[in-house]
Every structure is written in structure tokens, then in C-alpha cells.
Write a protein that binds this ligand. Sequence first.
Ligand SMILES: Cc1ncc(COP(=O)(O)O)c(C=O)c1O
Length: 295
Amino acid sequence: MSRFAYVNGRYVPHAQASVHVEDRGYQFADGVYEVIALRNGLPVDLGLHLDRLNRSLAALFIDEPMPRRALVHVLRQVVKKNRVRNGIVYVQVTRGVAPRNHPFPRHVPPALVITARPRVGPRADQVENGIRVLTMADARWARCDIKAIALLPNVLAKQQAAEAGAYEAWLTTPDGSVTEASASNAWIIEADGTLVTHPLGQAILPGVTRAVVLDIARQAGIPVTERPFTVAEAKAAREAFITSTTSLVLPVVQIDDVVIGNGHPGEVARRLRALYIDHMSGKSAGWDAEGHLGS
Ligand SMILES: Cc1ncc(COP(=O)(O)O)c(C=O)c1O
């Protein structure tokens, strides 16, 4: 099936979709992005993603490329043209095209690219058996709360993990705390059953899945604490897992060379994954772009 991308006002065949060499995203990584899950052809938690997109844009002083209603229309067209049922839609906004110079260009509109594709995320055996993560120093900048396209430290971390046969990298501070993972949020479950994840702030991305899972857990009566946890705590935890738009809730069964629990996906992580999948198929999926938790 042929694929289409939206590039600065035009729907173009994917193979010919390109941006200018002086797009500031290309030259400076001067832009932001969102990845939104598609379930049965509908976006999941669209409003929460578009709210975060606007927060990222505002933090970098980039104008919104178009009003929200128009953006939702274009997203819908891209999903429709690509006939994606289950997959993702990707949105990237950069500061636009201008002769290369560090200060912001004046009177330059932001550049907007949207693509969609099916089948992303972990393999069935990784969901079934759980994954291994590798811990390493968090080498990112001081504003990890902005979903910026500048992902070089994340790319290097994920590559290092992949070369060691691990699915993800858990990023650590000098005091031994885990902030998050290279492309997901990190969680543990303590011996007493409390769910622990790093608090919001500039050290982590405010994951949409993280917010929804916190909500789901509270509704299910699972105790939750938002505080930093250490690698040592994680290795002694009853369970561990990651959350993201593409991994959903994915159990972690090994951290570095330490097996977590009995080495199989934990009961709470499996339950949260099932509840999250229900959430994806429920009223959180749809083109209503109001930013609210859909549960
Ligand atoms: C660094 C980082 N943390 C967390 C997440 C999870 O965010 P979300 O649940 O919104 O996909 C991502 C997703 O790409 C990420 O890149």
C-alpha cells in the first residue's frame, strides 16, 4: 500500500516527502514532536498529546503551526490516507526554514510534518516474557520535560542497550536515582505493593501513558508514590515495568544482570497492561481533542 505524508501544507507520497536543507529541525534539532497511538483507526488520548505538544512549543517559543481543529483535521487525513488501523501517527513541528544562524529567524512560519504507520512496539514474546533493561548515566540536557526532537543522548543510550541485548536503557543520575528510560517512563513496585515512579519536573518527559497509568492505578486501589528511586531499589523491587505510547505497559524482568522477582512478568504489571489496553479501546480513543484523562 502506498504511504502518504503531510509536509508543510501538502499530502505527498512518502517516498518523495522531504524538507528543505535549511529546516532548523535538520540543522539545529530546533523542534518538537508527538507520537500518538492509533487503535482501530482512532487516536488514543489525542487531547493529552496535543496539550503536551503545545506546552513543548511554548517552552521553545515556537508558534503553533495551525489551530487545534485544523491540526486534528490534518492528522485525520493522514491516518485515513495511510489506512492505519493500529499503529502510530507522528507529528513534528520545527522553527521553520531560514538561512543557518543560531538566533530565531523573524517572520518565519513553523514547519509541520505528519506521518502515520502501522505495527510499532514490542514483539509478542517481549510482552509475554518481559524485557531486560540496562542502566547507564543520563547524559541528556536539563529540560527533559520538553518533547524536543534533539534525541542524540536517547539514541546513544538505546543503541548501547540494544548492543547488550536489552530492550531499553534506564537513565541514572550521579546519586544513583533512575530518572526514566531512553524512550519510556520507568516504574517499580516495592515489596509492600506500592507503585513508584519519578515525579514530574525537568528531569523526565511527562509521559501521557504515565499520567493515564497513574490514574488507572489509583482507580484500581493500587498505592502510588511519585518519588525518585535508586537502581539498588529497582534491583530489589518486586516488579518493574516501563510505559510509553508504543510499549504501553511493558514488564521488566531483568535490570542489568539482576533478575526481578521470579524472572517473569509481575502480576501488577500484567494487570495494569490489561487495564491500559481497555483504556485504549474505550472512550479515550477518538478525534475529540479535549485534553482530559479518558478513564
Ligand atoms: C524520554 C521519554 N520518556 C517517556 C516517554 C513516554 O511518553 P508517552 O507515554 O507520552 O509516550 C517517551 C516517549 O517517547 C520518551 O521519549
